[in-house]
Design a protein around this ligand. Structure first.
Ligand SMILES: [Zn+2]
Length: 180
């Protein structure tokens, strides 16, 4: 992966939008972008773009360079995309996600979990929580939609987690190989 791919990926992680990140990198001039121009090209409301840039600045992925007025008195604001930060940013993010996934895997393999039968995103209870709820009047139903709770298919969940962990470990290996 070259630096260009890494910065696009890093910006995409913050923006949660790969095509937006690609456009930002593409429309920048030598890594410098002007806010008004970017707003037009990305077709984003100015407040939204400003918020996005601030979020990227929080991770040092962009730096505000300053403002100046053009001939017609419009205020121009310049930002520089910080390519050098991309790699370490991605390594840090991947490590965070790996930590979360490994914890989740451990939790998942040691316990028994129950989810809403209609939509598993509604609720997820541990076996202990299910036991505690058995005493309640509403019993073992989803607090969101009222459907019954059912045990999670553990093998499937573990398989998915293992696959995600493997992909991230491989990505980390590539990045750290390049860094070292
Ligand atoms: Zn439900």
């Amino acid at each position: 992966m070259d630096n260009e791919d890494l910065i696009v990926l890093a910006l995409a992680v913050v923006a949660r939008d790969l095509s937006l990140a690609k456009k930002m990198a593409h429309f920048a001039h030598d890594g410098v972008l002007e806010e008004g121009e970017m707003q037009e090209k990305l077709k984003l409301p100015s407040a939204e773009l400003r918020q996005l840039l601030y979020r990227m600045q929080d991770s040092n992925l962009v730096v505000q360079l300053g403002t100046k007025e053009d001939e017609s008195g419009n205020r121009l604001t310049y930002w520089r995309i910080n390519k050098d930060i991309a790699e370490s940013f991605l390594i840090r993010r991947i490590k965070n996600v790996l930590d979360i996934l490994r914890k989740r895997r451990k939790e998942e393999s040691s316990g028994e979990y129950y989810v809403c039968a209609a939509d598993p995103t509604h609720v997820r209870l541990s076996f202990d929580e299910v036991i505690a709820k058995m005493g309640e009047s509403r019993g073992l139903v989803c607090p969101v939609c009222g459907a019954l709770l059912e045990p999670v298919n553990k093998e499937k969940v573990l398989e998915d987690l293992d696959r995600m962990i493997e992909i991230l470990e491989r990505a980390l290996g590539v990045l750290e190989g390049e860094a070292g």
